[in-house]
Design a protein around this ligand. Structure first.
Ligand SMILES: [Zn+2]
Length: 165
């Protein structure tokens, strides 16, 4: 629908635009359908508090999926919370509450990396001297989370979270 130039009446279609925010919100991943399987996305602070509770009683959680289940169970009240695994990992790293052990599988893939696949920090090149006196990149490592890889890319497959002493 086209609005006519000039005079804009209060009920002009152009003023109705903000109401489209409603229908757009429905596409957000909040739940499957109205009233059924609704869930909320917890704030970073809620997730951090939950991690703190969990690791006050246990020493280790041996996978990211298990940590997700534990956090969601801990947060559950009359509302259901969902936290995505990559986001949970980020919050756990940022919290300083846990040490992260990263299990990887080596792929044959050779390509240069910029961002850490674990924590999204910028990776540093690991260089070696060559016999000719120059340097050559032999891999990458992350100063933030400890991920490292040689030129054949190592892909994280499992994370073990251990309470920091
Ligand atoms: Zn990292």
């Amino acid at each position: 629908m086209r609005s006519t130039d000039g005079a804009t009446r209060p009920d002009d279609p152009a003023r109705a635009v903000p109401s489209r925010v409603g229908p757009l919100n429905l596409s957000m991943p909040r739940g499957l359908s109205r009233g059924v399987a609704e869930y909320r996305i917890p704030s970073d602070a809620l997730v951090r508090a939950s991690l703190s509770r969990l690791f006050s009683t246990r020493h280790e959680v041996s996978s990211q999926r298990q940590l997700k289940r534990l956090v969601e169970r801990d947060l559950k009240s009359d509302e259901v919370f969902r936290v995505g695994e990559p986001r949970l990992r980020q919050i756990a790293i940022d919290s300083g509450l846990v040490d992260l052990e990263i299990h990887c599988r080596e792929t044959g893939e050779r390509r240069s990396l910029v961002k850490c696949p674990v924590c999204a920090e910028r990776l540093r090149r690991v260089r070696n001297m060559t016999v000719f006196g120059g340097t050559v990149t032999v891999g990458y490592r992350c100063a933030r989370c400890g991920y490292w890889t040689g030129l054949r890319k190592r892909v994280p497959t499992r994370y073990v979270f251990t309470r920091r002493a």
